[in-house]
Write a protein of this length. Sequence first.
Length: 327
Amino acid sequence: MRPPVAGVIKPLTSLRFFAALMVLGHHYFGFQAGYSGVTFFYVLSGYVLALNYPDLSTWEKRRAFWWRRFARIYPTYLLGLLIAIPVGGSLWVFVSNLLMVQSLVPSWSHWFGFNAPAWSLSDEATFYALFPLALFLITPRRLACALFLAIAFAAFWSVFVSTDPAESKTRFLFCIFPAMRSLEFAVGIVLARDNRSRVPPVAEIAALSLAAASIALFYLGIPAAFSLALMFVPAASLMIYVFSRSDGPIAKLLSHDWLVLLGDASFALYMTHWLWLHYLPGINRVLLTLVAIAGSVLVHLAYEKPINRWLRRQPRRAQLSARSELT
């Protein structure tokens, strides 16, 4: 097996579906540890972007990167926001969501207004904006220092301030605020710089076991400063490291086309699943899960994929038009 390269790594694409399904489980079935799926998404985002965009040293490359990220996430994000308008919220909450800055506002109504899961995309937008700088600044040593300081701060907060995950300041600092969550994104960037080509199949079991152990530990009453995100980082990192480099039986299973399709549709599932709760409130939750999954595949194939392809062509057309005017 060759080292990871830019492009699609099928097992990781499929794992995106299961991460989105965990978040869905949090909202549909009260699976409290389900939001650990967000940690997986953040680490994976840093990893995949660092593989695909190792050099953003020129303005042209940075502009192309930002446009491709906009084309990838904003149409589906906007669709979810517009569908959520009847759910309710103030004009200012709508504007903060429209501009994708709600995670910068220390207010529950901004974080979870309209389409509640969208707060995490506000963080992602911040990561994308700073990604060219992050590529230049992040090193393993600096990341280790930042993680040590984050753990020390979380320990201090847990002992002297609050252990309650519902406490507003705790949730803002350790779950919502991009500065803290950017550490997960940075971990993904550093993982992408490891060039080792493969891992033994037994590593798949180790990765899954650590993920299961992290979820089990969550229910032992770990303080919120850790359980809102930090405690899931090792498992998410190992899952991504292993399944980007393994050709074992689980990786092969995850490479099946139908699982990859569900992984491709995972962003649509993430952005729409919460809305089904409001528009079909009385339906059986298992059936609602199937509806949400089927709906996400439809949104991906009929809306997300075509509009992404169309938007990504626009800068090229603009450049061609400009050249035509000059000649």
